[in-house]
Design a protein around this ligand. Structure first.
Ligand code: PHE
Length: 368
């Protein structure tokens, strides 16, 4: 297609000859159709418009020629020119609409936000279930008037064993049970504490009675990982020392703790046990919160109706002597509870490994 823009009207157009005029006008309309379609911008389209219907266009030229026509021919010729001009304007307006729509679509595409993109790169974390249980148990005891204490994980044999009335031949001292850091006498031999009980001795050494503390922390034992053992686990120690603390105080305190942690209907029972640092010693069971102590199909207590929960007892007088307390002036109770066990019992978790696998499918079930 040849570019005919800017060409003068056919000099030969005879305005007085309707056939000749019609041919010229239809040629201009055809040019409008092709040139408007070829214009790819509003500016280009403006140029087409000026060429065809502007003041120096063929249409304007034809209009100017009307004046020299015989009045009898003028009306028909004028109408024909007018019609053609209107049709050309319409073609150009249509193309202008098209160009504007395309520009709008391009702008929308350029500004569009892809809502399928995952923009949430910052996920909110949460406390590990173990820490949640530590916090919750600590708060229960703070509510009963206890303070929270801590102690070192790398511990002297003295605090882990000797101060706690543990005899030199106690099996817990064997390397098959306890992880040693440095060998030596009781005063300089170092190990990773096997329980949180050394915090009892350290705290009493530093504070005169009365003492009401809970002490959460890690404990280490030379165990192979399985569904119920981890070499690194968590305990919460409890110690109450005052002028006339009795075994009833121990049982009442633990019963209150069990009701607050497992629910108001929870019952407790005690079975005789042995720990070097308490006398008498006991293990505390809580009634199964899942089956209420009754169902043989219960997967939490395996039909036993009771869950073994913790070790406890009345502080042995030898422990008081080791830390400088007078066993004739004070008495007390102590207990140590496994945090993993508390979490497993309440949530029906059957494998201890889940606490250390960092599987988000597990962790996110306890958002905290
Ligand atoms: N330390 C004991 C254990 O780890 C638990 C315990 C603490 C028992 C305090 C009696 C008193 O098994």
């Amino acid at each position: 297609m040849t570019d005919t823009r800017g060409e003068p009207p056919p000099a030969t157009t005879n305005l007085g000859d309707p056939m000749d005029l019609a041919a010229t006008l239809s040629e201009l309309r055809a040019r409008a159709t092709t040139e408007a379609a070829a214009a790819s911008s509003p500016e280009a389209l403006g140029a087409v418009e000026a060429d065809l219907v502007g003041p120096r266009s063929p249409i304007a030229e034809l209009r100017r020629g009307l004046g020299s026509l015989d009045p009898s021919e003028r009306a028909a010729a004028g109408r024909a020119i007018q019609e053609a001009a209107a049709a050309i304007q319409e073609t150009i307006a249509g193309r202008r609409d098209e160009l504007e729509a395309a520009a709008r679509a391009a702008r929308i595409a350029a500004e569009a936000i892809d809502v399928t993109l995952d923009y949430r790169t910052l996920r909110v974390g949460g406390l590990h279930l173990i820490q949640q249980v530590i916090d919750e148990v600590s708060e229960i005891f703070v509510g009963l008037g206890y303070k929270v204490a801590e102690g070192p994980e790398a511990e002297l044999s003295w605090y882990n064993f000797d101060a706690l009335n543990t005899p030199p031949d106690h099996p817990g001292r064997l390397e098959s049970d306890t992880m040693y850091l440095d060998y030596g006498s009781a005063e300089d031999e170092m190990l990773l504490r096997a329980h949180t009980s050394p915090i009892q001795a350290r705290y009493m050494e530093q504070h005169p009675p009365p003492v009401y503390i809970v002490a959460p922390g890690k404990a280490y034992r030379n165990d192979t990982i399985d569904a119920t053992h981890l070499p690194v686990f968590h305990q919460i120690e409890g110690l109450a020392v005052d002028e006339a603390i009795t075994f009833s105080d121990l049982k009442g305190t633990l019963a209150e703790f069990a009701r607050q942690y497992f629910g108001p209907k929870t019952k407790v029972r005690m079975r005789p046990h042995y720990f070097p640092f308490t006398e008498p010693s006991a293990e505390l069971d809580v009634s199964c919160f899942n089956c209420d102590g009754g169902s043989s199909a219960c997967r939490v207590c395996k039909g036993k109706g009771w869950l073994e929960m913790l070790g406890c007892g009345m502080v042995d007088p030898n422990v008081f002597v080791a830390v400088g307390y007078d066993p004739d002036q004070v008495s007390g109770f102590a207990f140590g509870v496994g945090v993993e066990r508390l979490a497993m019992a309440r949530h029906g978790i059957e494998n201890m490994r889940m606490f250390i696998e960092n599987d988000l499918r597990f962790l996110t079930q306890f958002p905290g």
